[in-house]
Design a protein around this ligand. Structure first.
Ligand code: ADP
Ligand code: MG
Length: 321
């Protein structure tokens, strides 16, 4: 199978690559053309997943397709952008029709869930890696950046934390347990559902936001730095799933929730006056701390004592001191 046949069969023919709102021209030309409405800005983000680094060399291609797009689309959610389109740069060691068919199905399933259309990409030969670029639309000046948190705001998250990191030993077959208990964690790892609707609901309300990919404390550090404030996280308020608490002892579970990566939940700061309206509208929002004057992130226990751990999250290139 040649490059063009591969693109045609598995990607151009996919339901998610068919014409749709916001896409003036899709796969097949030198560029895709996206249409924005008057008064909108284009939100763009790229993520690369490398085999053996971001996912096991041997894994289910359907799940990989889902995950690759879910992880990228989460960045649109974090900006409060509405989903428009994505491109896929795929590097493959060999062409396998069964692999491609399953991968494209997984990609398509996530694309449908996120209302994202595939508008282009690149296909090359080499060690397996995937680069997904997502495009979204956001009203001018309304994007949720990391930079607007103000002392007095509440620090919130959009759901339980730690499942992604908790799933990892099971994904890597380093640990096993009954399927009924691991299922929930594995689903959160392989099919992270970007909080796109929540992100849009936070427009005009949240003062800063991001999606948690490197661990709560590390990612909160980005908000603190960009906003020039301090963040106080209350350890006992960090929400964790029943599955995580069933599979790990309390310390391990808390560590996964605070410092593990791969959650893809939104963390955001919110003036206290905006909370009730969002809760009344049915959003599941957990208040886990406050924005304070100062800098950095502090974790406190129920008595207000500083219990900040020394290691905070995953970085590919750690700073050397
Ligand atoms: P060019 O050489 O002009 O960059 P290509 O031959 O790489 O174009 O690709 C042909 C068309 O197929 C382009 O529209 C490109 O965006 C699209 N395409 C290539 N690879 C993929 C892929 N993996 N998924 C979706 N579209 C793809
Ligand atoms: Mg090309």
């Amino acid at each position: 199978m040649g490059e063009f046949e591969l693109i045609r069969n598995y990607f151009a023919a996919a339901p998610c690559a068919q014409p749709g709102e916001g896409v003036a021209l899709g796969i097949g030309d030198d560029c895709a053309l996206l249409s924005l409405k008057a008064g909108e800005q284009l939100a763009v983000s790229t993520d690369t997943l490398v085999a053996g680094v971001h996912f096991p060399e041997v894994c289910d291609p359907f799940l990989l397709g889902q995950r690759a797009l879910g992880v990228s689309a989460s960045d649109l959610a974090a900006m409060g952008a509405s989903p428009l389109a994505f491109t896929l740069a795929l590097t493959l060691p060999a062409v396998s029709a069964t692999w491609l068919e399953a991968f494209a199905r997984g990609l398509n399933a996530m694309a449908q869930q996120c209302s994202l259309r595939l508008v282009g990409g690149d296909t090359t030969r080499g060690p397996l890696s995937l680069t997904v670029t997502v495009f979204g639309a956001v009203p001018v000046g309304q994007a949720l950046t990391r930079a607007g948190a103000r002392p007095g705001d509440l620090l919130c998250v959009g759901g339980t934390l730690g499942d992604g990191a908790g799933a990892l030993p099971f994904v890597l077959n380093q640990r096993s347990a009954e399927a009924s208990t691991t299922q929930a964690l594995l689903a959160r790892y392989w099919s992270p559902l970007p909080q796109l609707a929540l992100g849009q609901a936070l427009q005009g309300k949240a003062t800063s936001a991001l999606d948690i990919s490197d661990g709560l404390l590390a990612d909160c550090g980005h908000i603190a730095l960009a906003s020039g404030v301090g963040l106080r996280v209350e350890r006992d308020k960090v929400p964790m799933s029943d599955a995580l608490l069933a599979l790990f002892n309390p310390d391990e579970a808390l560590n996964a929730a605070l410092s593990g990566g791969d959650d893809y939940r939104l963390a955001f700061t919110l003036p206290a006056s905006c909370l009730a309206e969002l809760i009344d509208a049915g959003w599941s929002i957990h208040v886990i701390g406050q924005v304070v004057e100062g800098q950095g992130v502090v974790l406190v226990d129920g008595l207000g004592h500083d219990v900040t751990p020394s290691t905070r999250g995953y970085q590919h290139f750690r700073e050397t001191r």
